[in-house]
Design a protein around this ligand. Structure first.
Ligand code: ZN
Length: 436
């Protein structure tokens, strides 16, 4: 089926609001590269997501380490990458590396005769200001929303207009740790001897960072089900006191009473600060560890949360792949449920095209976000945006061609899906004001 040229051109020139990345601040990236902590060669292009497919295709843990860290020269890295690349070049992750290389460095594939040139260009490209070129000019994104790991809760970024920040409430609720308590206790100047003290720290975090945050984020689905129980404050306080007395011997499950209590508490704080609640749902990053029995419970568990907090806007990230049908059903049924396609385009491009088509025929169009690169290396965002634009053009063309969508509705739909919905739900302008 032919993709409509008109739809393709429209999508090509419309900027995305990029609703999910893990980008380091540019200054951090440059500093860490200069310190030899991050490679500045071809290995870096295979260090996020692509590496998972390489490992699953047969790369050993030792070779993976050599490829993704500093030490080996580009020639030897390519020797380790090439056989696994041949086995995986058709997957979304590897197509993404290739697309990005094409857009950034003008090379249409990675081969024995050009890996060195590409590797040299990775290093040469890394200059102050390169984030704007890569994100605004090449990926054509208006701005990004970043779940940063540079601070336990909130990264005071150097560039809030380009790298809007999520407030991570993992360390406040589902993974309270002695280190997190020490850091935040110091920052807030609140000594923590009880759950009430900790709640004051949580309140302080929201007061200090909430106005500058674009959303709150939690990825505890990597460790547990999303069935957060309604626990009384007394029970939570008792468990918290036991944890404070002996944090080292405390198992993840033993934290449940206060984790669950604090999760619900933070969701209500997010409502108070008008921040959408982004939750990791579905597929796991990495390899060899995903318990699908537990992941499969995500959609059902989401329903309980949606009902418990009707004023909260819950964003189901990554289309809850491979349970995207359930995500569509939830977005159709619950006014406060949103679906985000971040990362999904490269996990499974074909499933993502289907998701767009089936979502639009089932659920209100204002609750779908269609792009987030979900990357740490900024270099890999343009390829992902390209794949998303290609898939979106295919999905909308097919809907028109199959007579499920009126061609006259396409322009407004494109605007909405690529940026309008994000501007309705995430208050970019207010957030920027708070940065001053
Ligand atoms: Zn992510």
């Amino acid at each position: 089926m032919a993709v409509s040229g008109e739809i393709r051109d429209l999508i090509e020139k419309t900027p995305f609001v990029d609703t999910h990345e893990h980008l380091l601040d540019e200054r951090t990236r440059l500093r860490r590269a200069a310190a030899g902590e991050i490679p500045t060669d071809i290995g870096y292009l295979f260090s996020h997501y692509a590496d998972s497919d390489l490992i699953v295709a047969g790369m050993s843990a030792d070779d993976w380490k050599r490829v993704t860290t500093v030490g080996l020269d580009a020639k030897d890295k390519w020797k380790l990458i090439a056989p696994c690349y041949a086995r995986t070049r058709h997957t979304g992750y590897l197509q993404n590396v290739r697309e990005s290389v094409r857009m950034l460095y003008g090379e249409d594939d990675i081969r024995d005769d050009n890996f060195q040139a590409i590797s040299d260009k990775v290093a040469a490209n890394m200059k102050p200001g390169f984030y704007h070129r890569v994100l605004n000019d090449l990926a054509k994104v208006e701005y990004t929303q970043v779940n940063s790991f540079e601070h336990v809760v909130f990264n005071r970024t150097e560039d809030p207009a380009l790298l809007c920040q999520d407030l991570s409430f993992v360390a406040l609720s589902t993974q309270v740790s002695p280190e997190g308590i020490t850091t935040l206790s110091k920052e807030s100047n609140i000594e923590v001897g009880s759950l009430d003290d900790w709640i004051r720290v949580v309140d302080w975090c929201f007061a200090a960072y909430g106005p500058r945050a674009i959303a709150v984020k939690n990825q505890s689905a990597y460790n547990r089900r999303l069935n957060y129980a309604q626990v009384s404050k007394d029970d939570a306080a008792r468990a918290f006191a036991r944890f404070l007395a002996k944090p080292d011997g405390f198992a993840y499950e033993d934290c449940a009473p206060f984790s669950d209590f604090l999760f619900h508490y933070c969701v209500e704080k997010a409502v108070e600060y008008n921040l959408p609640v982004k939750l990791h749902t579905g597929y796991y990053a990495g390899s060899g560890r995903m318990p699908l029995h537990r992941v499969a419970a995500n959609p059902g568990d989401m329903c309980e949360l949606l009902q418990a907090h009707p004023a909260a806007k819950f964003v189901m990230m990554h289309i809850t792949y491979p349970y995207q049908d359930e995500a569509i059903a939830i977005a159709k049924h619950y006014p406060n449920a949103y679906v985000d396609m971040c990362w999904a385009w490269i996990i499974n491009p074909a499933a993502s095209v289907r998701l767009v088509k089936e979502y639009l025929m089932a659920a209100p169009a204002n609750k779908l976000f269609t792009f987030g690169g979900d990357y740490t290396p900024v270099e890999l965002v343009p390829g992902h945006a390209r794949i998303a634009r290609k898939g979106l053009a295919q999905a909308l063309s097919e809907l028109v061609d199959e007579d499920w969508l009126d061609a006259r509705d396409v322009p407004a739909l494109v605007e909405r899906l690529m940026r309008g919905n994000a501007h309705e739900v995430y208050d970019y302008k207010e957030t920027l004001k708070a940065w001053g």
